[in-house]
Write a protein of this length. Sequence first.
Lengths: 143, 222
Amino acid sequence: MADIDNLIAIYAVIVIAIAAIALISIIAVPIGYEETQLYPKNINTSSALNPYDRGGEPFGKTDVIAQYPQNSPYLGYVTAYLTPLSALMAASNLYLGTTIVSHPGGIIDEILYNTRGLDTIVETSILFTAFAIASFLFRREDE
Amino acid sequence: MFELPTSSIGGEELFVLPFGDIVNYFTPYTGALFLFALIFTLICIFSKPEKQLDVAFGTDAIYAKDVTGKDLHFRRFMAIACGVATMGAVTSGDVFNFTLFVSMVGICIIGIVASVKNKHVLNAAFNYGIISMLATVPLFGGAAITLAATGTLSIWELSAIAPAMPGIAKALILVGVMGEGIAPFYAAKAELFRAPGAPYVIMIHVSSLLMFLRVVEIMLTV
């Protein structure tokens, strides 16, 4: 344990042990799946917005479950809006749901961008931190 | 048995900062952790880094390891980012949000030592980087099991239905924080501390310490 080169192996053994215990205990005492999910998801494979389709009318209000509705006054207004480009892509093929990050104003998901917006911000912050480190290390060779 | 006056050891709620479903909260406990992270981030912003001196034995010579230029800017930036991520993690009122902030702390710790041109430090950082990458699996796995088994992620709701989070999820999150916070892996931590530039390097230690104090509170609450 005093040698750095063994650390990965030690940590991997710990993780494997915990995972094995978890598997055994799940088999012994199964954990039930909670039916009243806060963020329910229906996979509708014929929808172009799959898996982000939460239904609803554009510019109308949609019923969306939130933990604290009083904190999201615009809950339900976000979900159905697509930019003209995204609407065109959604009309022409079935794969718009896979391009969520690759075009501006694409799918606006109620849960990602409204009720759990801070998660999205932190996720992109992690990405940008990683990019900052990588670009710094790459550009350092020029010195 | 003693009759203790209050059941909430973490203290009464002082202030709540809602972000939609994610409701960050300040109790005396998390508030103290937040203040500690804030003060240390301010030290990183305003303090100049230390100058590490190595004495060459048998002579009068001294090697001074100075942190200057781009190196200084980048390490200060990463230390501040680490401080901000720590502040987010210690006040987070949501299990998944907490795991996200923890993994951001892990990446920032690598960033703090990434610009050091010392073979031993970089080797330690590489090994630690792989551990923190691996640690995201149990970390997010624990959060996912929590959501599936209880239907919610809010610490407020989870603490209301007290022993709600499955023990497996708790164990997975704990082992994930262990990996991100380099807790029992003192060898890697000692090597990372060889890097010059005191307030930035100490940020590694402060952030992982606060991470642990917070995860213990969450595990006891939910």
